[in-house]
Design a protein around this ligand. Structure first.
Ligand code: ADP
Ligand code: MG
Length: 476
């Protein structure tokens, strides 16, 4: 009397809990619901077929002992499996399968959302039973901390990363959200954290995955009806690193799965590390509940490196590669390339390539030549603002004047030249040029273009201005 499915299951759980590791218990037993007790038959609900197979393969002996203690020698177990049909448009339904009570199930082929390419794997966790799961962390060992040069512009992100690697899940930096523009070291730092965390905590499972790969795995899992398995797999990771989460934008299904994974991991105190090309608030088409979770921990940005950091990165790289380069060359590259670390490295590589191919020494002269090509190639589009500043600079006129209403002759001339070059070098419309240069209308711009053309045909001095400016805009 008084026995219910709940009470029987509760006692079983107590027994199981004492006999397996906590994480395994959390993963495989917490999600189970007792449903029905019919004399000596207990029905439990499990979230997926994969779950049932896993229990049967690894825990059936334990379950049998626990159940017999509760319900006697003839105790039987029935699984009710939730079949997730959400994505094929049907409602979920359950199937009932009595426990085989066999010593061991035949090994089955399971499509598990593994971070490795082969899709057909016997079981995803390699080591069966009560031990910890073993997976390939997908970390690139060359992206480590000793290669990641510290500077003013990455100090916060780097030291937060170090702290997380020391005590994953144990700091308030959970999630650690690293953001910054392209080529500023997000991926490198993410790997470095993973590598160091693994070194400090060999017992923890670390997994790096790009958002593209994560999304693809999710789509595959849904198509093969393994959505729950996908989620469970990721929910078992101790330190999860997801790169470029801005690519989750607009992907509702993947966002939802990620939400469940995030919550589970965060609740268990597991570490989550995310990178993105923009801060959480600026990510478009992302569920609000995710954005707010991104902000729970620490958001740290990587900024464009300053000269000192650029210099140090280049110096580190040439020393590591054992290449002899004069300091003035490193100085020149560090001064010329200000965009990001990837371009800095690209530029250094092309100088090394030039020198090697032509069997020349790396000199300042060779560097300047190579750089001129490099910069011309990667030139940004010329902006109206840039043109105005160049013209002002040329005529030594303050920038405010060209923007003002003044009709002073030299300013009018400068303004007209700026309009002429804006028309020549940008795709902006006449009215857009007018509104950006002293708030004039399109007719004024048209008039300016005609005037410049006429004057440069008749006035030699004026023609000199046009040629000078043309060269400057085209070359600098
Ligand atoms: P992101 O993921 O932000 O686009 P990456 O991590 O791929 O940028 O970095 C681009 C390149 O710059 C990589 O080769 C990386 O090793 C290098 N890099 C970035 N930051 C640093 C740094 N602080 N020290 C050394 N190398 C760096
Ligand atoms: Mg990256």
């Amino acid at each position: 009397m008084g026995k219910t499915a709940e009470s029987v299951w509760k006692n079983c759980l107590k027994f199981v809990k004492d006999n397996i590791q906590e994480q395994a218990f959390e993963t495989w037993f917490s999600p189970i619901q007792p449903i029905k007790l019919n004399e000596n038959i207990l029905t439990i609900q499990v979230p997926s077929k994969f779950f049932y197979e896993w229990l049967e393969e690894h825990y059936i002996k334990l379950l049998k002992i626990a159940l017999q203690k509760e319900l006697g020698k003839d105790a039987k177990l029935v699984y009710s499996i939730v079949m997730d049909q959400k994505y094929s448009g049907k409602d979920p339904y359950t199937v009932r399968i009595p426990s085989s009570n066999k010593e061991k199930l035949q090994p089955q082929e399971i499509d598990a959302p593994l971070p490795i390419d082969s899709k057909k794997v016997k079981n995803p966790f390699v080591i069966p039973g009560l031990q910890k799961i073993k997976i390939d962390s997908q970390l690139n060992t060359s992206n480590n901390f000793s290669n990641f040069i510290e500077g003013e512009t990455n100090r916060l992100a780097r030291s937060a990363g170090k702290a997380v690697a020391k005590r994953p899940g144990g700091t308030s930096f959970n999630p650690l959200f690293i953001y910054g523009g392209v080529g500023l070291g997000k991926t490198h730092l993410a790997h470095a954290i993973g590598l160091e965390a693994k070194e400090n905590h060999p017992d923890k499972t670390v997994l790096y995955v790009s958002t593209e790969k994560f999304t693809q795995q999710f789509i595959d899992a849904v198509q093969s009806n393994n959505r729950n398995d996908f989620i469970h797999f990721y929910q078992m990771i101790d330190i999860l690193i997801i790169d470029d989460v801005q690519f989750l934008s607009g992907k509702k299904g993947t966002q939802e799965a990620f939400f469940h994974i995030f919550n589970h991991l965060h609740q268990k105190g597991n570490q989550i590390i995310l990178t993105s090309d923009k801060p959480p608030v600026d990510i478009q088409d992302m569920e609000q509940r995710l954005i707010s979770r991104f902000k729970w921990g620490l958001s740290a940005d990587l900024q464009v490196p300053d000269y000192e950091t650029r210099f140090a990165i280049l110096k580190h790289k040439v020393e590591k590669d054992g290449i002899e380069i004069p300091e003035e060359v490193i100085d020149h590259i560090a001064k010329s390339i200000k965009t990001n670390v990837r371009e800095l490295e690209g530029c250094l590589n092309s100088i090394i390539a030039q020198a090697t191919l032509n069997k020349k020494e790396i000199t300042l002269e060779l560097t300047q030549k190579t750089l001129a090509n490099f910069i011309n190639h990667t030139r940004k589009e010329i902006s109206i603002d840039y043109i105005q500043r160049l013209v002002c600079d040329y005529f030594k006129i303050p920038f405010e004047q060209i923007q003002s209403k003044t009709r002073k002759r030299d300013v009018v001339q400068a303004r007209q030249l700026a309009m002429f070059f804006a028309k020549k070098y940008t795709k902006a419309s006449l009215s857009s040029i007018g509104s950006q240069i002293g708030k004039r209308d399109h007719a004024t711009v048209l008039h300016a273009c005609k005037t410049v053309k006429n004057l440069s045909e008749t006035d030699k001095v004026f023609r000199g201005y046009v040629e000078d400016l043309n060269r400057k805009i085209g070359v600098e």
